[in-house]
Ligand binder design. Structure first.
Ligand SMILES: [Zn+2]
Length: 158
């Protein structure tokens, strides 16, 4: 086995397991920067970069089951109509098969917190949201963080 074919094999495995950024952008285009009222280009880049860390089956599950509500930070963006707040008609504007809502506040975009996005997705994937006490919160939060670590390690090897 020479080095080049090893590299090629690795790239093919990655292609099988993960969507590339363009595929993610196509799948989540409903959240893309468009007039009026959306997050900015930079913020959409962070959002899709986070999703691209996840294996395909998780991306598809998230796309099917989670409605995101994205609130922009960039008040100085070239886009004037970024989201400050939003109204959602639960019955008519969210598809029936959605099971959860993840709200990303302007702080997640301000701090470029890709892990924070993955953290909330891990809550959905692990079904951990119903806490019985403070100790339970700590346990479940640790499980969620472990899941994020696992995804990052699988994707980037660290
Ligand atoms: Zn949490």
């Amino acid at each position: 086995m020479d080095k080049d074919s090893d590299m090629e094999r690795l790239m093919n495995e990655t292609k099988l397991k993960y969507y590339d950024l363009e595929e993610i952008k196509n799948k989540f285009s409903q959240y893309g920067p468009r007039e009026p009222y959306s997050i900015s280009d930079n913020e959409y880049r962070l959002f899709t970069a986070a999703l691209s860390c996840l294996p395909k089956n998780i991306v598809d599950k998230v796309n099917d089951e989670v409605q995101f509500v994205l609130l922009s930070y960039e008040d100085n963006s070239a886009q004037k109509n970024v989201n400050q707040a939003c109204y959602i008609d639960l019955k008519r504007s969210i598809p029936e098969d959605k099971k959860a809502i993840i709200v990303l506040s302007p702080l997640i975009f301000r701090w470029q917190n890709k892990r924070g996005i993955l953290h909330e997705i891990a809550h959905h994937i692990l079904g951990s949201w119903d806490y019985s006490n403070f100790e339970d919160i700590a346990i479940k939060e640790r499980e969620v963080e472990a899941k994020v670590n696992e995804w990052m390690k699988d994707r980037f090897g660290k």
